[in-house]
Design a binder for this molecule. Sequence first.
Ligand code: NAD
Ligand code: TYD
Length: 359
Amino acid sequence: MILVTGGAGFIGANFVLDWLAQSDEPVINLDVLSYAGNCENLASLSGDERHIFVQGDIADSALVDSLLAQYQPRTIINFAAESHVDRSIHGPEDFIQTNIVGTFRLLEAVRAYWNNLQDEAKQNFRFLHVSTDEVYGSLAKDDPAFTETHRYEPNSPYSASKAASDHLVRAYHHTYALPVLTTNCSNNYGPFHFPEKLIPLMIVNALAGKPLPVYGDGQQIRDWLYVKDHCSAIRRVLEAGKVGEVYNIGGWNEKPNIDIVHTVCGILDELRPLSNTQSPLSSYRNLITYVTDRPGHDRRYAIDASKIERELGWKPAETFDTGIRKTVQWYLENQDWVANVQSGTYREWVEKNYTGRAA
Ligand code: NAD
Ligand code: TYD
């Protein structure tokens, strides 16, 4: 079986669902259920014996030791993290704790477990660390996209903590020969995305008739990848990736934020048109509001995903047009999920991050 950490979050849950849709190999899912972890994401697995959910912290060494001893996984995929840049600006400490200390403790437990494995199990074992393109820092408009050898230049507490975790993973391979793989992926979007991030926030706000807050001039560029393509890339790296190597994963799909927001509004105008009786606005686009920029806001990320294509034959299946349409559709069809994630703590976060950002 495999052990997934952070499997109740956005990408982790999509990964677990996709894994069990394609394989009967069981998954142990270790997730602390922070504000971002949501068992509803895994509701379709209820009663499925192939999914063993354990609520717990990757930094809890005793718990991780006992899970490894009991279940003897052949592979570990580490999604668990604090993942939101704006939250890292308001309160970096949780990022240091989970992304750095947590990854370190997990690596220590895994090292002890792996050391005691016998021949073939030891040889075939893999620890795959899921990371981000943000560790590479910000690009100027005409700079080439990030390759795997681009120097690390993280700019936010989030990206700095992910960079530290990447370095630890690298060191455990170099020093202890732990068979690791690292993936650095661009911005994901798709089902179960918590509405604190750009795309789901815009969908959820638009449907509620609330302002669509665009930071600064909206010309910051991100590369976007449909979450299921990220999951297929991880499966491919697990299957065929070379131990100790890093693989960049991206969608070849750079877009300025303001274009993303216009695209979301355009699809909503088509799928859920505003009638004049409902609202005097003719388009969701009229909700767009420019607000004070994020401090230290990275201007551009771009991923050169040619290594994973060349060496492992992986390419994304979705274009941005197909992926974003599926995503908006999913949110329209899953309004209960949307209502349930907008709890008191979510509303407190929105208040903290957006009040005082002058329009
Ligand atoms: P998320 O915030 O939606 O989910 C994180 C999950 O980890 C949650 O279920 C949470 O409860 C769990 N978690 C947090 N701290 C934990 C701990 N100490 N022990 C166990 N579980 C813990 O994040 P996501 O967007 O799904 O991202 C998953 C991973 O992918 C992260 O490592 C992130 O850095 C990386 N990543 C994300 C993106 C993106 O666009 N979202 C892009 C590239 C890489
Ligand atoms: P986000 O989804 O938080 O991902 P990241 O910061 O990890 O790239 O943000 C994506 C982009 O959208 C980023 O440039 C910040 C911008 N943004 C807004 O303009 N308004 C918002 O309300 C949010 C959450 C993000």
